[in-house]
Design a protein around this ligand. Structure first.
Ligand code: BES
Ligand code: MN
Ligand code: ZN
Length: 502
């Protein structure tokens, strides 16, 4: 899809379709009024007759409106004026895109970006419109034997901004929106890929594709090297699988040589059967998404390298498969982690933390400024927050604050849970330094407590994306989250350092 911005009045547009908002009840937006005027009241007449109430997401397509140069006018309901919020805005954009595709317009000029959205500016409206459009158009059909040819005539969308002054802002918004959408697409593609194709090695191959961009280099660490590094906890989880564990390390050097990197570590369980503590059968297919953290990290790296931001970032994909087998690790095993701390395994299904802990120790050698891990870590997080918010736990308050803010800005939100010391003793073990299981109470927090034992040497935050990485049910599929939040976090860091230089 091609996007651009323009600032101009609707009657001058010669396009296949112009898209304008209608407020509830049956009230034209200022842009709509301009069109109405030149068409001698054609549109207001229709509204008066009750053809469109203006409820959010309602649409009415008009052909050959008198004196209007464009072939079609698409009226889109925007609800009550000044009540339009983030959720409704995304809804009206999706509805617009789907309608345009259904009706055969090749291009469109969209005025919805001039609509008032509560607390949001032009940059936000244009960027969200780009991200929402790309999300709407996403399909994962490469593994269908017959590709149903979706008729997708729409090629080009022009978003209107209120003043010429805002054109540059609009252009930046498109550029950022496209980079985020492209990262989210890679995240979705990798996550949706079935586990017989997407194994830890495949994650590594996907990481390698980023080397086509400037300032990127990728190292793959296999089991032999993990052995040498003493990553026995990580190795134990993958031991029951014939697919070798592979940790991908993606380096992006956009900043100066001496700048400490920001590191993202993604849980990459390409399939989590539970291992010897086998999961129940129902819905087990969805455990192909247990690499959602790694998918989020590779997606973030993709957005970042497309934008070539002036910072140093390392993305780690902790690829592994958790399977039952005669050489699989078992409940009762005591593992020595790379940090030297020992863990008593009480449940082989609490495997994510066992993989992540060694990856989190491994990254110490890069002397990072900040480390953020991303993981589909606990079912308990879905119980606590559902599918709307990512769980956030952090040992460093300013970092937690920055991530929450990035979530609000990008519309890809997180909610913080406490990481108090009070929870730590749920991990006490009679035989090892601690166990990998915290019991039924506060499962998301005790999982983070486990990780916190390995992250003392840097500022750290943990994102539990168990509820947000994919959707179940009829519209099953990866969401591309938390790529928007994390990209926003990096964009904010650049802005702050720019401001400090000024
Ligand atoms: N990958 C799962 C968590 C999960 C489950 C995410 C369902 C999304 C949907 C994780 O490895 C796991 O199995 N966690 C256990 C932990 C328990 C054994 C302490 C869980 O949540 O039940
Ligand atoms: Mn598990
Ligand atoms: Zn898991």
């Amino acid at each position: 899809m091609e996007f651009s911005v323009k600032s101009g009045s609707p009657e001058k547009q010669r396009s296949a379709c112009i898209v304008v908002g209608v407020y509830e009840p049956r009230r034209l937006s200022p842009i709509g009024e301009q069109l109405d005027k030149i068409s001698d009241g054609y549109i207001s007449n229709l509204l008066r007759r009750g053809d469109l109430e203006g409820k959010p997401g309602q649409v009415l397509l008009l052909h050959h409106v008198p004196n209007v140069l464009s072939e079609r006018v698409l009226l889109v309901g925007c609800g009550k004026e000044r009540e339009l919020d983030d959720k409704q805005y995304k809804q009206i954009i999706s509805k617009t895109i789907n309608t345009l595709n259904d009706t055969g317009s090749m291009e469109a000029v969209c005025f919805l970006t001039e609509q008032h959205v509560k607390g949001r500016d032009t940059y936000w409206k244009v960027r969200q419109a780009v991200e929402t459009t790309q999300d709407c158009l996403y399909t994962f059909n490469q593994l269908k034997s017959k590709k149903t040819d979706l008729r997708r005539p729409l090629r080009k969308i022009v978003f209107n901004v209120p003043t010429r002054r805002e054109l540059t802002i609009g252009e930046t918004a498109i550029e950022h929106g496209l980079a985020i959408a492209s990262g989210a697409k890679l995240c979705k593609d990798v996550a949706n890929m079935p586990p017989n194709i997407c194994n830890p090695r495949y994650l590594g191959e996907q990481a390698k594709t980023l080397e086509a961009f400037n300032n990127v280099s990728v190292d793959l660490i296999g089991e032999k090297e993990m052995e040498e590094l003493g990553m026995h906890s990580y190795l134990a989880v993958g031991r029951g699988s014939v697919n070798e564990s592979v940790m991908s390390v993606i380096h992006y050097k956009g900043g100066s040589e001496d700048q400490a990197p920001i590191i993202f570590v993604g849980k990459g369980l390409t399939f989590d059967s539970g291992g010897i503590s086998l999961k129940p059968g129902e819905g087990m297919d969805e455990m192909k998404y247990d690499m959602g953290g790694a998918a989020g990290v590779i997606g973030l790296m993709r957005s970042l390298v497309e934008m070539q931001l002036p910072i140093n970032v390392i993305g780690i994909l902790a690829g592994c498969e958790n399977m039952p087998s005669s050489n699989a690790y078992r409940p009762g095993d005591i593992l020595t982690t790379m940090s030297g701390q020992t863990v008593e395994v009480l449940n082989t299904d609490a495997e994510g933390r066992l993989v992540l802990c060694d990856a989190l120790t491994y990254v110490e050698k890069f002397e990072p400024e900040i480390v953020i891990d991303v993981a589909t870590l606990t079912g308990a997080c879905i119980v606590a927050l559902g599918a709307h918010a990512t769980g956030l736990l952090s040992s460093h308050n300013p970092l937690a604050h920055d991530l929450l803010k990035a979530g609000e800005q990008s519309g890809d939100r997180a909610w913080q849970l406490p990481l108090w010391d009070d929870y730590q003793d749920q991990l006490d073990s009679p035989f090892a330094d601690f166990t990998n299981l915290g019991g039924r109470a506060a499962g998301t927090i005790t999982a983070a407590c486990f990780l916190s034992k390995f992250t003392k040497k840097y500022n750290w935050a943990h994102l539990d994306i168990a509820g947000t990485a994919w959707k179940s049910g009829k519209n099953k599929g990866a969401t591309g989250r938390p790529v928007p939040m994390l990209t926003q976090y990096l964009l904010n860091r650049i802005e702050v350092s720019d401001a400090q230089q000024d």
